[in-house]
Design a protein. Structure first.
Lengths: 393, 148
């Protein structure tokens, strides 16, 4: 087991008011979320001495403007002017989970005391994946001429591979979309406020087969944030902390432009989870509640299988018969997932993992949670996984 | 009618670079050539600086037969990419070639209804000139093998 097991905890969490369109600059969303997280922890802004984010805009073909479409560490520092800033980073791999893990490392190294991590997501005007142009450069030269655009199609090809290799039926995915939406209705901050029926899922328009509209998270403008600190300090703060029992991260090193290899899609998740199980001393059977990244619904399949919750080819059967309900054997994406909150990436999954571990999930709180699992990024290519616990045992 | 109408599609034109130039030069001659490690014999696609199997740097492009099977596919309905909007719904496929297991090529399923795209279905390469310099490898369903 990891020598640093349960030595770092997450304390406060914060959110901006997410909107469908970019009505206010992204920087104000990030600031709102960070201030709320610091306030939730009971700290003063001047206590914060560490900053981390993963600032990428996943929408291609749009300008990256700091404060408008991304929020860098520099942008945050310009707003906060932290007098005691001692450590900061913005990561370039494995999405926001990687930034959270860097903050954990910085706290363990003793180079900062209270670190804030935020993820701010912009919804650009017009088509999300905006790929105009006469030419296809770099890795795109082998995909764009055939109409492969954004990540949706890349995920979709792996999903057909999975469905037909395992003789499965995409209609079973309705259970995930409908159940997560029901969870989301118990999350006052979710974007969608009305139930989704099985019939609505099954009759919704195709986007990129096998993905229909409700297999895809809706782009929004918003931000979320968390405060991390050492376990000793976290105990003295306002909310009950969630202790980090273990984490893992792993890229399945892949050549740019090579798409659809289901095995490499699984590899990032498998190896990241393996590190997390080893470090925490837990196994999938010990998990009381799970948050698994669901930007596209099929990510949950790859997550459940590559993390070891079920065997490959079985995930769509695994989620049936009430298993993922709040009172089921494995309550899943209890905040509604990205399919309910909108596209804020994996930090919201981490927040929900924290809230469930610390007993702060309100109306959607799962009973008797001790072990709370989070797969914060699509296990395609990159995996970041976490286990939070209520008691540091 | 389930045939995709490609006539109004403007495909982005590949820009060869130092890794990919031999691929496009071969395609222009109607030959599918993939990068192969001269050490371990591994074929790979897209081209890369090293052999992703054994780390060797001695790589050459070698012709392959162009016969294979659909590894995966998607049917595109979204019209966000205006260049391809006229063709929806259309099949974008990923092909694994018999000669080059593990090397996955993208393409469209041509000359057949998009509903014919299925994992495992046999396909063969065809060549689609985009302009004087660039010819695009594409795929169609393989013709049934003659009875022997």
């Amino acid at each position: 087991m990891w020598e640093n097991r349960c030595k770092v905890a997450v304390s406060g969490v914060g959110y901006s008011q997410a909107t469908r369109t970019a009505e206010t600059p992204l920087a104000t969303h990030a600031l709102q979320a960070v201030k709320a997280a610091v306030e939730d922890s009971g700290l003063k802004m001047s206590d914060i001495d560490g900053l981390a984010t993963y600032p990428e805009l996943p929408a291609r073909g749009h300008a990256q403007v700091d404060g408008i479409s991304i929020v860098s560490v520099n942008c945050m520092m310009a707003m906060l002017k932290l007098p005691n800033l001692a450590w900061h980073i913005q990561t370039g791999t494995v999405n926001i989970g990687g930034a959270v893990q860097q903050a954990v490392n910085a706290l363990l190294a003793g180079v900062c005391k209270y670190a804030v991590v935020w993820r701010a997501m912009h919804n650009p005007r017009g088509t999300y994946q905006n790929l105009p142009g006469t030419y296809a450069q770099g890795a795109d030269q082998f995909t764009a001429p055939y109409g492969f655009g954004g990540p949706g199609q890349g995920m979709a090809v792996a999903y057909t591979r999975w469905l037909e290799k395992h003789n499965q039926n995409r209609e079973k995915m309705a259970t995930l979309a409908v159940t997560q939406r029901r969870h989301g209705l118990k999350n006052p901050r979710a974007y969608f406020k009305v139930p989704l029926t099985r019939e609505e899922y099954l009759s919704s328009r195709m986007v990129a087969y096998p993905f229909c509209l409700y297999d895809c998270d809706i782009p929004v403008q918003g931000a979320v944030a968390i405060v991390l600190t050492t376990a000793d300090r976290a105990r003295d703060l306002k909310p009950r902390p969630a202790y980090l029992a273990g984490y893992g991260q792993r890229l399945a090193f892949e050549v740019a432009g090579r798409i659809a290899s289901l095995s490499s899609y699984m590899e990032g998740g498998r190896s990241s989870a393996q590190l997390t199980w080893q470090r925490s001393g837990f196994t999938p059977k010990d998990v009381d509640v799970a948050q698994i990244y669901d930007g596209f619904s099929a990510s949950v399949i790859y997550g459940l299988e590559s993390y070891g919750f079920c065997k490959e080819g079985e995930a769509l059967d695994f989620i049936q018969n009430g298993r993922i309900e709040l009172d089921g054997k494995l309550p899943l994406n209890t905040f509604g997932g990205s399919l309910s909150t909108g596209r804020i990436h994996g930090l919201w999954h981490i927040i929900e993992g924290v809230l469930q571990a610390s007993g702060r999930a309100g109306e959607r709180q799962v009973k008797d949670v001790n072990v709370s699992f989070v797969g914060a990024s699509a296990p395609i290519v990159e995996g970041t996984t976490f286990i939070f616990v209520k008691e540091p045992y | 009618m389930t045939m995709s109408d490609w006539s109004k599609v403007t495909r982005p034109i590949p820009v060869p670079n130092e890794w990919t130039k031999p691929f496009w030069e071969a395609a222009k001659q109607g030959v599918l050539a993939l990068q192969r490690c001269q050490g371990c014999g591994h074929f790979q696609h897209p081209p890369y600086a090293t052999c992703v199997n054994c780390m060797a740097i001695d790589l050459k492009f070698e012709p392959v037969s162009g016969k294979g099977a659909i590894y995966a596919y998607t049917i595109m309905y979204h019209t966000g990419d205006k260049r391809f909007a006229a063709a929806v719904p259309y099949a974008s496929i990923i092909v694994e070639l018999d000669d080059a297991p593990g090397a996955l090529l993208a393409g469209n399923l041509l000359e057949a209804p998009y509903t014919e795209a299925k994992v495992g279905r046999r396909v063969e390469v065809v060549f689609q000139p985009l302009n004087d310099d660039i010819t695009l490898p594409q795929f169609r369903l393989a013709h049934a093998a003659p009875h022997s």
